[in-house]
Design a protein around this ligand. Structure first.
Ligand code: FMN
Length: 190
């Protein structure tokens, strides 16, 4: 079993991020290859990056950074659940990425984006670009959900259409392959 961390990018009151994350986390659990944990930036509550040293040195001064480092270190794979704010991914996620360097490296990531007409794809593309600098390998297979609120009922249950279900299945299938491959790369110190 591999450790999969599903990361919620938004923190505002009334956000939909946790609903979307729970949906993909449940599918990932059913898949059977992953120990799944949801990491909610809304409750982890990192301040704006306030470490004195460059994160690549791992000389962390603050408990919140040490805890965040442990959470990401133990991951074998990620799914980023991203909203789109002003054509980009939300600032709390950018902040959370900035805190660490080595902990992210040589790990694969799927992206679930949600939004209006663009399905959060502009956010997803920006995120892909930034993850590359941290040596996170992002998958082609993605879940991009346009007008996603139509699938959320009054009880806050998310029931998407077949297209979304198939996209999620395809992303998870590919994520397992890349997780195996990237684990081999991490173990091979060159
Ligand atoms: C600050 C802000 C900026 C937004 N910008 C976009 C946008 O650029 N594209 C889009 O499709 N939706 C945009 N929206 C609408 C979001 O898709 C929608 O509010 C979604 O629920 C946000 O995710 P959250 O509920 O997890 O915060 C924006 C919402 C907010 C609060």
């Amino acid at each position: 079993m591999y450790n999969l961390k599903v990361i919620i990018s938004t923190v505002r009151p009334g956000r939909k991020g946790p609903i979307m994350a729970q949906w993909i986390a449940d599918i990932a659990k059913q898949h059977g290859s992953f120990n799944v944990e949801v990491l909610d930036l809304g409750t982890i509550n990192l301040p704006l990056m306030n470490e004195a040293n460059h994160p690549r040195l791992k000389k962390y001064e603050h408990e919140h950074t040490k805890a965040w480092s442990r959470m990401i270190e133990e991951a074998d794979a990620f799914i980023f659940v991203t909203a789109e704010y002003d054509y980009n991914y939300p600032a709390p996620l950018r902040n959370a990425l900035e805190y660490l360097v080595q902990e992210w490296a040589y790990k694969p990531a799927g992206i679930l984006s949600y939004g209006g007409v663009s399905a959060g794809t502009r956010a997803a593309n920006s995120l892909k670009n930034d993850l590359m600098s941290l040596k996170v390998v992002t998958l082609n297979e993605a879940v991009n959900l346009p007008f996603f609120t139509q699938f959320i009922n009054d009880e806050e249950q998310f029931t998407p259409n077949d297209v979304a279900q198939q996209a999620a299945a395809a992303m998870l299938k590919e994520l397992v392959r890349w997780t195996k491959g990237m684990k081999a790369i991490r173990e091979d110190k060159g």
